[in-house]
Ligand binder design. Structure first.
Ligand code: GLN
Length: 548
């Protein structure tokens, strides 16, 4: 029977509950346990697929095609384990299913209520991840304790504690301990109140993880222990990390959080094996150089909108022991002629995925700049489509070439709607989603990066390269280095006479991990380092890592 760890958050949002959960997951794996992780979100959208990145950050896509919360990205990056459709659900999904059952007559005339019908549905979905051999299931509850919409979720996890036995369930509460400048001290009251709120619902936390910008001394920890009714050794301090979020598992391990879990669940395992993780952190803390990457996006001001992209770029840097400085360039600025100096100073230019018209011409201008100035270019999804349009317009001489997403009347629709997308009306869950295979052309950069003949990567798009233009594009030198195995869809394009120019229709950023950098990101960063240090030829560090 699996044990459960429920992770709740208090005081304010954006405390890094997802990162803390993911870090605990990594520690338990390093202690030899088999885990599963899920995120439950109390909002009413049926899934995050239709939510704007402005509101909700990036939509993370799983192998089985679920459009999920970006915390699942942290889970996969920290634990190396794939998540799935089962790993994330919302209150909207729960209500949707319960109401559907009610209409179907499944409740046999009963009055359908929050308790037990909604809570039963929540519990069933949590328990659905339980399978043979799984030791611990970690469940992160979205939102903050005290939110009205989160109440049924907290009630459900309280019930699981009762049903499974408290010794099989651990409640971990993440809270915020602010430093008040005027008073010159940290304050524990917000944490006390958030724990009081939890206890009102019937949940007593076993572990209190305290986010803080400053160190917390033992007096503060004792006070938190006393007022929050948590054992002193279970009051863990999570001070802001210095260099990288990947330090977090080490911070928690040093304070014995994994040991607390073992003791609570009466599990005996050797200490956590942290060697590989420490080595990776070492590359982040003591890099041999810095490389600059320009990311040309529409949501450039938002850290969360391109979360996985930024992380994957950082992983590419780890492969070469290089720190990556990411500069965000707003595509719309380029349309006004601004920002090209930034592009020119970068070792590499990346155009990420996106939707709609805004900033499109700026992105095309960024591609042109990268192609003409021989700056390594990496285009992802929309970034591939922009590269194809740029090539069609300026190399093949197809004036007005465009994607039908932006211009349905284009004389040269080099990117167009996939046939099966023509009839789609509902926006939710209706794109080409999830993992699809792709065959690589031997002798190309893509084949060199992956080192295998066939790969599988995750998708989230409606449009694709128009097959009617394939011959024309190829004739002028665009290499179609990755195709769907039936040859029907263009998956990767590249240029042979350029230091490194690759576009992919899929989202490689969803599969990159700090311990296993994604091959295309790795090679892109390698090319960017070579670009940035031309006098050295291949930068020695890049050279060393490549031939390891
Ligand atoms: N808007 C484009 C499409 O739907 C690209 C999508 C993306 O970049 N994820 O095909």
């Amino acid at each position: 029977m699996a044990k459960y760890i429920f992770i709740t958050g208090g005081v304010v949002s954006s405390l890094g509950k997802g990162l803390t959960s993911a870090s605990v997951g990594r520690l338990l794996i390093n202690r030899g346990l088999t885990i599963r992780m899920i995120k439950i979100d109390p909002y009413l959208n049926v899934d995050p697929g239709t939510m704007s990145p402005f509101q909700h950050g990036e939509v993370y896509v799983t192998d089985d095609g679920a459009e999920t919360d970006l915390d699942l990205g942290h889970y996969e990056r920290f634990t190396g384990q794939p998540t799935s459709k089962k790993s994330n659900f919302t209150a909207g999904r729960i209500y949707f299913d319960v109401l559907h059952k009610e209409r179907h007559g499944d409740y046999l005339g009963a009055t359908v209520q929050m308790i037990p019908h909604i809570t039963d549905e929540i519990k069933a979905r949590i328990r659905a991840v339980e399978e043979k051999g799984v030791d611990v299931i970690l469940v992160e509850v979205g939102g903050t304790v005290g939110d009205i919409e989160g109440l049924t979720f907290l009630e459900a996890i309280r019930q699981i504690g009762l049903e499974e036995g408290r010794e099989n369930v651990m409640y971990l509460h993440l809270t915020y301990v602010p430093f008040i400048k005027a008073a010159g001290e940290v304050k524990t009251k917000p944490s006390q109140q958030s724990v009081a709120k939890l206890r009102e619902i019937g949940i007593t936390p076993d572990v209190l993880v305290c986010r803080s910008e400053v160190p917390l001394d033992d007096d503060v920890r004792r006070k938190l222990s006393l007022f929050c009714n948590v054992a002193l050794n279970a009051v863990i301090v999570e001070q802001d990390v210095k260099h990288s979020i990947y330090e977090l598992p080490l911070v928690l391990c040093e304070q014995g959080l994994d040991e607390l879990v073992m003791v609570h669940f009466r599990l005996a395992r050797p200490p956590a094996k942290m060697d590989a993780w420490c080595k990776m952190i070492e590359a982040l803390i003591h890099p041999e150089g810095t490389v600059k990457i320009a990311v040309v996006g529409k949501y450039s001001e938002l850290q969360d909108a391109y979360k996985s992209i930024y992380e994957s770029i950082c992983h590419g840097g780890i492969a070469f022991k290089h720190k990556v400085e990411i500069v965000k360039v707003a595509a719309e600025d380029l349309e006004e002629g601004k920002g090209f100096d930034v592009l020119g100073s970068a070792g590499g230019i990346l155009v990420p995925g996106g939707f709609g018209e805004r900033g499109i011409e700026g992105k095309i201008a960024a591609v042109k700049f990268a192609r003409e100035n021989k700056i390594p270019y990496f285009g992802i999804c929309l970034g591939l489509q922009m590269a194809v349009i740029e090539f069609a317009r300026h190399v093949c001489g197809l004036a007005g070439a465009h994607t039908t997403e932006v211009n349905k009347q284009s004389p040269h629709p080099v990117v167009c709607l996939m046939e099966e997308q023509e009839k789609v009306v509902d926006l939710g869950g209706s794109m080409r989603l999830g993992a699809w295979p792709c065959a690589l052309k031997p002798g190309t950069r893509a084949a060199a990066a992956y080192g295998v003949a066939q790969i599988s990567e995750r998708h989230r798009h409606r449009f694709e390269v128009n097959n009617a233009y394939r011959a024309q594009l190829e004739e002028k030198g665009l290499v179609l280095s990755g195709l769907s195995p039936d040859n029907n869809l263009v998956e990767i394009i590249e240029l042979a006479d350029h230091p490194w120019f690759v576009g992919c229709q899929f989202h490689p950023e969803f599969k990159s991990q700090p311990l296993v950098p994604q091959p295309l990101f790795r090679d892109f960063i390698g090319a960017a380092i070579r670009k940035q240090y031309p006098l050295l030829g291949a930068h020695p560090a890049a050279h060393k890592a490549k031939h390891k």
